[in-house]
Design a protein around this ligand. Sequence first.
Ligand SMILES: C=CC1=C(C)c2cc3[nH]c(cc4nc(cc5[nH]c(cc1n2)c(C)c5CCC(=O)O)C(CCC(=O)O)=C4C)c(C)c3C=C
Ligand SMILES: [Fe+2]
Ligand SMILES: [Fe+2]
Length: 339
Amino acid sequence: MVKKGIVLMNLGSPDSTEVKDVRRYLDEFLMDKRVIDTPLLWRALLVKGIIVPFRAPGSAKAYKSIWTKEGSPLIVISKQQQQALQEQVEEPVAIAMRYGNPAPWDAFDELMQKAPGLEEVVLVPMYPHYAMSSYETAVEYAKKVHKNRKYPFKLSIVPPFYKDPRYIDALSESIRPYLTEDYDHIVFSYHGIPERHVEKTDPTGKHCLKNAECCNVGNPAHAFCYRHQILETTKLVAEKLNIPKEKYSHSFQSRLGRDEWLKPYTAVRLAEMPKEGIKKLLVVCPAFVADCLETLEEMAEEGKEIFLHAGGESFTLIPCMNEQPKWIGALKELVQDAK
Ligand SMILES: C=CC1=C(C)c2cc3[nH]c(cc4nc(cc5[nH]c(cc1n2)c(C)c5CCC(=O)O)C(CCC(=O)O)=C4C)c(C)c3C=C
Ligand SMILES: [Fe+2]
Ligand SMILES: [Fe+2]
């Protein structure tokens, strides 16, 4: 009898592209204290009074431009990843989202039904890097649901896999075919976060962002440092693919609000690069293991337009790993290692 189950947990999407559904999704997302980390009253005022009413119609339009017959790309691809992994393992696999549907309890209930007597569920937060607004909130929420609803099984969690050779290999192989093209530069564009979040998750309270080199000097804070982790991923992939130092760089996309976020900003770099002689650009987004609004709309549409408008000649966005066999194989092994 199978005693174990697997949950792949990603961020989530609105139920439809209607403004009311996008509003509800943004409200749940941005009211999360690990995403907008201001005191509750101020957060409620900001989110419900300003951000959501002003942002929802624009976000709904952006979602419309990428929506498929089957629904949101992030959810559709998550289901494809679930099926692909299911073909490789005998334990039942379910998906859950941090915001919207399916919720973690939907996934846990599904697994309980498929495997009566379930003893352990392995949760895979589908984020390679630690950030309080992605990995941490997914894990804390899943733990809360697990505890409050008194599920009888043990919950094991896959740690951030930003330097795991199996993730690095799968990511590198997804990039390799594009390097045979004639290109001037490859940008590793990661989802940005406010600088304050990096400082907040520093358990030493005195390392992260305290000097320009902090992420390159060994420190226990790196287990929680998003910036250190994305620099590691970039370096390891570049080494594996023999990309010369001058031909690659990293940057951060998707900034929201006026706070200082991790820099450089992708949108700013895309506008500067053609003036520096970079005309043929490759872009990869390693913080996402499934294509989503931030890759298909923000990068493939907006980012491309910024670069071409600034004098760039070609802009190639490398797809996320989605359900590529090498990535699914890596996922299977990450699950097997979880304790
Ligand atoms: C304060 C705002 C935000 C932080 C911090 C943040 C961190 C963060 N997000 C992801 C992954 C995804 N974000 C996506 C969409 C998205 N992100 C924000 C804001 C913050 N994210 C918003 C408002 C949105 C919604 C769309 C919009 O209005 O722009 C998505 C795509 C979801 C989809 O349905 O396709 C992903 C995935 C990570 C990994 C992260 C921290 C590292
Ligand atoms: Fe985001
Ligand atoms: Fe750091």
